[in-house]
Design a protein around this ligand. Structure first.
Ligand SMILES: [Zn+2]
Length: 60
């Protein structure tokens, strides 16, 4: 289930105010790259629910 384009158009990242893109299961911020979960078609736009971006740097 994904978010409607109409809803997506008015959404912005609560952290950096950048637009979001629909990734199906999540909405991804085009600014800071965090992802927000979508539950039953409702995006959960809470900073504490945000999934940090995977940097691919390999850690440590
Ligand atoms: Zn952001």
């Amino acid at each position: 289930m994904s978010v409607s384009e109409e809803l997506l158009a008015i959404m912005a990242c609560p952290l950096c105010r950048a637009p979001l893109v629909d990734r199906g299961e999540t909405l991804e911020c085009t600014g800071c790259r965090v992802q927000y979960p979508v539950r039953d078609g409702i995006p959960v736009m809470l900073p504490e629910e945000a999934i940090p971006p995977s940097t691919g740097e390999g850690g440590s």
